[in-house]
Design a protein around this ligand. Structure first.
Ligand code: 5GP
Length: 114
């Protein structure tokens, strides 16, 4: 089922887009939890990590990590460090059921997460 992120992909609602390729889009989170908080998403609709099932999906995951590395450089947090997070399912707190990779950085992040 389509989510708000499909509307961002289709430019039906605005977003602060920081990176785009044929298959991947990245934009700033509307409710940032760190100075840098960017969401990296595939343009095709995959709901969550447990729906990653095909070699094409796995390749797409690689493209998302590649995007994260490039954006981290753009945002000058590549050297200081950052965190990549996929929430999957209700217990993780996943709200939007369109696969997304959180890129968080720009401050010291605590561990373990809540
Ligand atoms: P989740 O909890 O599903 O892992 O994360 C969803 C993220 O999407 C949240 O951090 C939330 O702030 C962000 N988000 C939800 N709706 C929008 C929106 O319309 N625009 C943007 N830029 N971010 C959104």
């Amino acid at each position: 089922m389509s989510t708000i992120f499909s509307k961002i992909i289709n430019r039906e609602i605005p977003a602060d887009i920081v990176y785009e390729t044929e298959n991947v889009l990245a934009f700033r989170d509307i409710n940032p939890q760190a100075p840098v908080h960017i969401l990296i998403i595939p343009k095709i609709e995959i709901s969550k990590v447990t729906d990653i099932k095909t070699p094409e999906h796995s390749h797409l995951m690689g493209e998302m990590i590649e995007a994260a590395n490039k954006i981290a450089k753009q945002e000058n947090i590549s050297e200081t460090g950052f965190r990549l997070v996929f929430n999957c399912g209700d217990d993780s707190g996943q709200d939007v059921y369109h696969l997304h990779l959180h890129l968080l950085g720009g401050r010291k992040l605590s561990w373990p997460p809540g």
